[in-house]
Design a protein around this ligand. Sequence first.
Ligand code: SF4
Length: 332
Amino acid sequence: MRSFAYVVPDSVAGAVDALAAAEPGTKVLAGGTTLYDLMKLGIEAPPAVIDIHRLAELTEISTGEDELSFGAGAKMAEVADHPVVRDYPALSESLWRAASQQLRNMATVGGNLLQRTRCGYFRGGAEFPCNKRNPGSGCAALEGLDRTHALLGTRDTCIATYPGDWAVALIAFDAELDVVGPQGERTLPLGELHVEPGDNPLLEHTLAADELILRIRVPATLAGRGSTYHKIRDRESYAFALASAATAVTLDAQGTVTDCRIGLGGVATRPWRATEAERSLIGEQLTMETARHAGEVAFADARPPRTGAFRVELGIRTVTDALLTAGKRAAR
Ligand code: SF4
């Protein structure tokens, strides 16, 4: 491992100052569960690391009538097990189904949003063509092992899957981020944080290099109670999704869908909101047929990987099941 400077600010303001004065490539360290991995693999080689994991200002959790707010430094396990968050099963389940208990005890809800793809060529070594690791070198996955790669939001520059779960639930609930940088604070809708691959797939998000995530805010909504997060993977724990769906519905007294949210994970280059599929259910009764139709709408534009074509049907069934589970919870 290369040597690097290690900076420990004693406040958020100090962290922002340190970041503003830092050399290009400096990284912020929160839980460390992703950054240290990437440094060991040689993918990240920051000249300095700014450690914010002891900043108590970043760990506050508040649950008011209008919104839930999670400090970016709160641990995944703590948020997953919060009694109010458990009333929003999609949020809680997306955290519980991520990683392992040890990692959830370390990893933060802010850092989790910025985890990087598990594409084997990206992580496998500098000898593989990979536009995300070495821009302009090509994409080994296009002709290689692509079973777990993305179906939605792909480009020939990169077909890597966004690996997270938490962001998939957050996008379904219209979450927003408060971020801070040298110019002060701003609010960033979660749906505008991640970007699809462009000419340079190294660009994965819209957070500036000198900005920190302060907190994640989720509007309180009735749909939260009728929600779930379904995650389908090769083994039942400590694995990334082959397909996942965060769904939430609200039903009126006649059982008609009045609100519907669908986030997709494990199938797209970014956390994916299936808005057309949501619209297809509004005003309908939630049945196996209408739920299945919504799943088909969600995957209508899917571009299946050569060795992972089964994941279109898997994704449709995941959405179908998740909608029916959400509907049962909404009807209680
Ligand atoms: Fe690299 Fe993306 Fe291609 Fe994977 S899919 S090899 S991350 S360019």
